[in-house]
Design a protein around this ligand. Structure first.
Ligand SMILES: [Zn+2]
Ligand SMILES: [Zn+2]
Length: 172
């Protein structure tokens, strides 16, 4: 868990906090994929109902390519910006960038905020590289590293039938 003890936040100027670790150290299971070498540097500034958090988050996510299914490292370097508030207000619900802390709590848990920030950075279509050639649909060979003897341009039998039709004669 990534928690900031409230009694360690200085009153006058911004307080700085640093966290470092792997997914298990930081309890970032919410991402759904491994995250290594996470570095979080952040500063807290006093805001009206709480604090303003600003900082930087770097690390490496281990993702699986949608096309060839191999795992690859995805480095990220992200800006952090969020409002930490002790007031549970209706309009805050479900909104990103707002961390609501119970007024009774003596620490600020930013674990979910950090997990969410990483997940939001991951592209919808995960590819190990833009031109990933994927796996052969017949034999499963990873075509990025190998070739296979399957004919890649095999014509679907249904289309073969269409080829037999002679379109030129239509309408004549
Ligand atoms: Zn791939
Ligand atoms: Zn093949």
């Amino acid at each position: 868990m990534i928690k900031i003890p409230i009694d360690q936040i200085g009153k006058a100027q911004g307080s700085e906090f640093h966290f470092h670790g792997s997914q298990s150290d930081l309890d970032l299971q919410g991402t759904g994929f491994p995250v290594n070498d996470t570095n979080i540097g952040l500063r807290l500034l006093e805001a009206e109902d709480g604090y303003y958090l600003a900082g930087r988050l770097t690390g490496t996510a281990v993702l699986q390519c949608h096309r060839c299914l191999s795992e690859f490292d995805y480095p990220f370097d992200l800006e952090l910006g969020a409002l930490i508030t002790f007031e549970q207000r209706k309009e805050f619900e479900g909104e990103g960038g707002i961390i609501v802390v119970s007024p009774q709590s003596d620490e600020i848990d930013i674990t979910k905020y950090i997990s969410d920030t990483i997940v939001l950075d991951i592209p919808y279509k995960i590819l190990c590289k833009e031109d990933c050639r994927g796996l052969c649909s017949s034999c499963g060979t990873n075509l990025n590293y190998d070739t296979c003897d399957c004919t890649q341009d095999t014509i679907d039998p249904r289309w073969e039938k269409l080829k037999e039709l002679n379109f030129d004669q239509e309408g004549e």
